[in-house]
Design a protein around this ligand. Structure first.
Ligand SMILES: Nc1ncnc2c1ncn2[C@@H]1O[C@H](COP(=O)(O)OP(=O)(O)O)[C@@H](O)[C@H]1O
Ligand SMILES: [Mg+2]
Length: 454
C-alpha cells in the first residue's frame, strides 16, 4: 500500500473540531464536579456521586488523553480521589477520536518534511492503536523493516496544561472535604511525568536507557528507536508484536508458561529498579505484550521514574524491617522513602499497606501472589488503610511513592490474573542478594550519562 498522494493537503477539520469540542466538554464537566464538591463541603448539599460520575463519563465520551493516564495511576493510590470518579476515569476506553488520513499526512509533513512518504515503503493510512497523546501507525521502511510510528495530536501541550489545572482544583477541593491524603506531591509528580511525556525525544532517551539496562535479558524485547524518522512529536521505532495479556491467559492454561510470563514481567520491572533505581511507571495492559515463547515485549517509555539511590535502599530496608519485626528499622526505612517525621501511629498504618505489598516476598515457598485475592488487587487493604489514615489525621505521601506504588499494584494484578505460582522470595533474593547502594549509584550514573539523561 504505497501512497504517494500527498498533494491533497486539505485539512481534515473533523478531528480538530471534534477534539476541541470534547475538551471543552471535559473541562466544563470537571469544573462542574469541582463546584459540586465545593457545594457539598461548604453548603452541605448532598451530591449524588454515582450520578455525577456517570455524567462525567458521558462528557468524556471516547476521549483517551492525559486524563486517562492520570486516572490509571490514581486508581492505585488509596483515597487520592473519590473512588466513583476514579472508576469512571479508568473505564475510558482506548477509542480516541482518530486523526484521518488527510490530517495524518499534514502532521507527518510537518514533522519529517515535504517528502516524508518516500522514506517509507509502506505507511498504514489508518491508525493501528490509540496513544494517550496521539496515535500509532504501522509502517515499513525502505529496507522492509517493520515500524510503529507514534504521532502526537496537535496542541497537546496546552491540553495537558489544562488537564493538570483541573486536576489540581479537584484535588484541592476533595482534600479539604474528606481526603486522608495530602495530594500536593502526587500532583507534582504527575505534572512532571506528563510534561516529559509530551516530548518524544525524551521518550527515545528513556527507551535507550531501558535497552541498556535490560541488554542481558533476551527474554525481554524492546523497540529500537529510529532517530532519523523521529522528532519531538513523532516517535518512529521498530514494531514488536505479541499477544495482549488477557488473550494470552485465555489461550494458555499451562501453568509453566504462565509462571514464566510472570517471572519475565517481574524482571522487566524490577531489574531496572533494583540494579539502576529506575522504574517503568505504567504497567498498563497496552504497554506490553507476550511473545509466543513466554518472553515480554515492553513498550511505552513515556512515564519513567529515576529514583535517588537512597530510595532503593529504603525499599530494601523496609523489607528487612517487616521480616524481622524491627520497628526502629521501619522508621528509618520510611524516612528514606521520603515520609517526613513518621509518627508511631503513622508507621503502624503504613505497615498495613507495606505488609500487603511485601507479603509474597517474605515467605520462602511457592505460592500465589495473593492467595485470598478476590476482585481488584489490593482493594480491601487500600480501604482499610484509608479508614486508619483518617483516624490519625492523614498523610503526605512522598512523590516517589506514586509510581513505585503504581508499579507494585499493577504487577500484582498481572500476577493475580496469570494465577502464577512462584517462589517470590527466591526471585526477590536473587535480584537483591548482593545489593550495594554505591554500586547502584555508579551503574545509574553510567547509564544516565550514556543516554544523555543526567
Ligand atoms: N513498538 C511498537 N510495536 C507495536 N505496537 C506498538 C509499539 N509501540 C506502541 N505500540 C502500540 O501503540 C499503543 C500506544 O503506544 P504507547 O507508546 O503505549 O502510547 P502512550 O504512551 O500514549 O500510551 C500501545 O499500547 C501498543 O498497542
Ligand atoms: Mg501506553
Amino acid at each position: 500500500m504505497k501512497d504517494k498522494d500527498n498533494t491533497d493537503d486539505e485539512l481534515s477539520s473533523s478531528m480538530t473540531g471534534g477534539r476541541f469540542k470534547r475538551y471543552a466538554k471535559v473541562t466544563s464537566a470537571m469544573g462542574g464536579l469541582a463546584a459540586r464538591l465545593a457545594g457539598e463541603k461548604y453548603l452541605g448539599i448532598k451530591i449524588n456521586r454515582e450520578q455525577h460520575a456517570s455524567d462525567l463519563r458521558a462528557a468524556l465520551g471516547g476521549l483517551k488523553g492525559p486524563l486517562m493516564k492520570v486516572a490509571q495511576i490514581l486508581a492505585t493510590i488509596p483515597d487520592a480521589l473519590p473512588k466513583e470518579y476514579v472508576n469512571e476515569l479508568s473505564h475510558l476506553q482506548a477509542d480516541a477520536p482518530s486523526m484521518g488520513w488527510l490530517f495524518v499526512k499534514r502532521r507527518m509533513k510537518a514533522e519529517l518534511g515535504e517528502n516524508w512518504l518516500t522514506q517509507f515503503r509502506d505507511f498504514n493510512k489508518s491508525a493501528s492503536a490509540a496513544a494517550s497523546l496521539g496515535q500509532v501507525h504501522f509502517a515499513e521502511d525502505n529496507q522492509g523493516q517493520k515500524l510503529a510510528c507514534k504521532l502526537q495530536y496537535p496542541d497537546m501541550g496546552s491540553a495537558v496544561q489544562a488537564d493538570l489545572k483541573q486536576l489540581k482544583l479537584i484535588f484541592s477541593l476533595y482534600e479539604k472535604y474528606d481526603s486522608a491524603i495530602s495530594t500536593k506531591s502526587i500532583h507534582e509528580e504527575l505534572s512532571d511525568r506528563l510534561k516529559e511525556e509530551l516530548d518524544y525525544s525524551h521518550e527515545i532517551r528513556n527507551m535507550n536507557l531501558y535497552r541498556h539496562m535490560l541488554s542481558d535479558y533476551n527474554e525481554i524485547t524492546l523497540p529500537n528507536p529510529i532517530e532519523s524518522l523521529s522528532t519531538n512529536r513523532l516517535l518512529t521505532m521498530t514494531r514488536i508484536d505479541g499477544l495482549k495479556i488477557m488473550q494470552f491467559i485465555a489461550e494458555n492454561s499451562d501453568i509453566e508458561i504462565r509462571n514464566q510470563v510472570a517471572m519475565n514481567m517481574f524482571k522487566a520491572w524490577y531489574v531496572p529498579f533494583y540494579k539502576f533505581g529506575v522504574i517503568h511507571g505504567d504497567p498498563h495492559l497496552g504497554n506490553y505484550s507476550i511473545r509466543t515463547d513466554g518472553g515480554i515485549n515492553l513498550m511505552d517509555f513515556g512515564c519513567i521514574r529515576v529514583f535517588r539511590p537512597d530510595f532503593v535502599t529504603g525499599v530494601i530496608e523496609l523489607y528487612k524491617a517487616l521480616r524481622d519485626g524491627n520497628e526502629e528499622q521501619a522508621v528509618n526505612a520510611y524516612k528514606r522513602w521520603g515520609f517526613e517525621n513518621p509518627s508511631k501511629e503513622l508507621i503502624s498504618v503504613l505497615n498495613i499497606w507495606a505488609n500487603f505489598i511485601y507479603q509474597p516476598l517474605l515467605e520462602d515457598k511457592v505460592r500465589l501472589i495473593n492467595p485470598s485475592a478476590s476482585g481488584q488487587y489490593g482493594k480491601e487493604t487500600a480501604e482499610k488503610v484509608h479508614e486508619e489514615l483518617k483516624k490519625i489525621g492523614g498523610v503526605k505521601p512522598p512523590r516517589e511513592f506514586v509510581l513505585m506504588d503504581r508499579a507494585a499494584v499493577g504487577l500484582g494484578s498481572v500476577f493475580m490474573h496469570l494465577k502464577a505460582k512462584l517462589n517470590w522470595y527466591r526471585i526477590f533474593h536473587d535480584l537483591v542478594g548482593n545489593f550495594s547502594e554505591t554500586e547502584l549509584e555508579k551503574k545509574q550514573r553510567i547509564a544516565l550519562n550514556k543516554v544523555n539523561l543526567s
